[in-house]
Design a protein around this ligand. Structure first.
Ligand SMILES: Nc1ncnc2c1ncn2[C@@H]1O[C@H](COP(=O)(O)OP(=O)(O)OP(=O)(O)O)[C@@H](O)[C@H]1O
Length: 260
């Protein structure tokens, strides 16, 4: 059953203005251009794409941080922009900056994350201890988040986003700052959640990691899905670039068809 869905979503940010002029500069190209993507329960889908392809914008729409110009965005069957409280409690995400309070310690942050995700006060301590240990953060238990390294802060954000064992999870470049041990920890955490039935959508630039973590890989280019790959099989990098090149060759023809 589909747990995360983006259907024909399009979004164009306003063209930027220079600080010294009210005149808009630059072309307003769509960040998302009819992107459709579904993730089922128990499935890990990885989104790959060049810089500016639209990955984060799509994930922001799922996280309820952006209302696209058109299309439908659903989490567990509900409009992502207006999740009922009980559905929000089954969803987790790290998109943009992780929800980490700089002045709280690691343990206090995890307790806060458990409460914010609707876990009962009776469960909080146990969940915080388990998440801290799972993410390899025991040595930093009483350290304020502002003093953490970038990688440990990323671990803490992921710990907070998954502390309630969500049924739907969205992670934007979850391993970008992690050391190799952290990469394995996050991979195993994501795979375990999927084994429990969670739908997981991650974006990443690490093609090697993507093929280890995902059941399905989607290539996004110019705001839409241009190809889908199985993780096994030869040389993901070559397959990815072939798809991007084919999409770039096809685009002028598609634009002419749209204008005709
Ligand atoms: N807040 C914003 N205002 C204006 N344009 C934006 C904004 N956020 C994103 N964009 C533009 O939307 C397009 C898609 O950006 P997005 O961040 O979704 O790409 P991405 O695939 O996540 O890239 P990266 O791999 O570099 O993180 C880009 O052209 C970007 O410049």
């Amino acid at each position: 059953m589909t747990a995360l869905s983006l259907d024909s979503i399009s979004h164009t940010f306003p063209a930027s203005r220079t600080p010294w002029s009210r005149r808009r500069v630059g072309l307003a190209r769509p960040a998302l251009d009819g992107l459709t993507l579904h993730v089922d329960h128990g499935e890990v889908v990885a989104m790959i794409g060049l810089n500016g392809a639209g990955k984060t914008t799509a994930l922001r729409a799922l996280a309820g941080r952006l209302s696209p110009d058109s299309g439908t965005v659903k989490i567990l069957g509900h409009d992502a922009a207006e999740l009922p409280r009980d559905v929000a409690a089954q969803f987790g995400h790290v998109v943009d900056a992780p929800l980490v309070f700089a002045d709280l310690t690691v343990t206090e942050n995890l307790r806060a994350a458990a409460r914010l995700h609707g876990c009962s006060s009776g469960q909080t301590e146990e969940l915080a201890t388990a998440a801290r240990s799972r993410l390899g953060l025991d040595a930093w238990a009483d350290v304020r988040a502002r003093a953490l390294s970038q990688g440990n802060r990323q671990r803490l954000g992921i710990g907070g986003a998954t502390i309630h064992s969500p049924r739907a999870l969205v992670l934007d470049e979850p391993t970008s700052a992690l050391d190799p041990r952290g990469v394995v920890i996050v991979r195993e955490l994501v795979r375990d959640l999927a084994a429990q039935g969670a739908a997981v959508l991650v974006s990443s630039h690490h093609l090697d990691e993507v093929s280890r973590i995902a059941d399905r890989i989607v290539a996004v280019h110019a705001g839409h899905v241009v190809d889908t790959f199985a993780p096994e099989g030869p040389d993901l990098e070559s397959r990815f670039f072939a798809s991007v090149l084919a999409a770039e060759r096809e685009e002028p023809r598609a634009a002419m068809r749209r204008e005709a």
